[in-house]
Design a protein around this ligand. Structure first.
Ligand code: ADP
Ligand code: MG
Length: 300
């Protein structure tokens, strides 16, 4: 199975979640993280990895072979033994490697797809922040599932109605996850017409372990132990694995589904301070009633 994790704006925690999903992917599948962020990788610096093997050596090798086992020769291990293919921190080098992995029948995208086609194998690709010109887009398009992260404040959400249809064209099965404070999942579902699968917990300690920083938590055999972020990632991974087994039973609406109304969210930045609801969410007036809807919450 090939899974892309991406954002459209900002830095909502794509790399951290990609590592968490792989670390907590349900057994017995073997999971691998490919850091494919065109703006340059973070994992090498975070976990003091060697500069090679990684994305650059894989891109070079993929010119000569499309073997399904090739990716495993270019991994290094994170704590707990999680295999990763790290991107160079330099954006130019990362982009060059990703361009070399572009979809040519004889070149590199074939190796990611070939690896992901192996039974019991999950390749989780951290695509970073993606736009229509990104060299990682061919990988997104080839993915079985796309996980889209967005922070949940008005300015983070305002661009989504315009951009979600594009995401729906990249992938038939995108999943939206909210991150951090802001509008509730119920509000986002109502205003965008797209129900988020959930909200990534704000978990400093869990994220610290997944970023190689000192933390009260430790990294067990399957990711951070006793971490809210680890538990959440396990739930998402289990849901994605279930969808792969039962594609016909998919219940999540596609992000490409039409937005039925103009989102109220777009007018929130102009709401005066008095309109901030008890949970800190700025609720814009309902255009139909002219009243402010105060039902916002932190549902997850
Ligand atoms: N769920 C989370 N809770 C708290 N902090 C997080 C969470 N996810 C990521 N972070 C922190 O946010 C920062 C950016 O995370 P990162 O995964 O690198 O984002 P991105 O890949 O989207 O740029 C890191 O310092 C990371 O520890
Ligand atoms: Mg990142």
């Amino acid at each position: 199975m090939l899974i892309s994790v991406l954002s459209l704006k900002g830095s909502p925690g794509a790399t951290t979640l990609a590592v968490a999903l792989a670390a907590r992917w349900p057994a017995p599948a073997r999971a691998l993280v490919v850091e494919a962020d065109p703006s340059g990788g973070d994992l090498g610096l975070r976990f003091s990895l060697s500069s090679t093997p990684g994305l650059v050596s894989l891109a070079a090798a993929a010119r000569r072979s499309g073997d399904a086992d090739l990716v495993w020769l270019h991994t290094q291990q994170l704590p707990g033994g999680l295999p990763v293919i790290s991107a160079p921190p330099d954006a130019d080098q990362a982009r060059a490697a990703l361009t070399a992995l572009a979809p040519d029948p004889t070149s590199g995208l074939g190796v990611l797809r070939a690896a992901a086609n192996q039974p019991g194998t999950v390749v989780i690709v951290d695509c970073g922040r993606v736009d229509s010109g990104s060299p990682v887009l061919p990988i997104v398009r080839a993915s079985d599932a796309v996980v889209l992260l967005s922070r949940a404040h008005a300015d983070d959400l305002a661009h989504l109605p315009r951009r979600l249809p594009a995401v729906g064209r990249w992938s038939p099965n995108p999943v939206l996850l909210l991150v951090g404070e802001g509008y509730s999942t119920a509000e986002v579902a109502r205003e965008l017409g797209v129900p988020p699968l959930g909200r990534v917990p704000d978990d400093r300690n869990g994220a610290a372990v997944l970023c190689g920083r000192p933390s009260k938590l430790r990294w067990g055999r399957s990711g951070p132990v006793h971490s809210a972020l680890g538990r959440f990632a396990h739930g998402v991974a289990t849901e994605l694995a279930t969808r792969e087994r039962t594609p016909a039973g998919r219940t999540q609406p596609r992000l490409a589904e039409p937005v039925t109304q103009v989102p109220v969210l777009r007018s929130a930045p102009g709401v005066p301070p008095g309109a901030v609801s008890s949970n800190g969410v700025r609720v814009a007036p309902n255009p139909a009633t002219g009243h402010r809807d105060q039902q916002g919450g932190q549902a997850s």
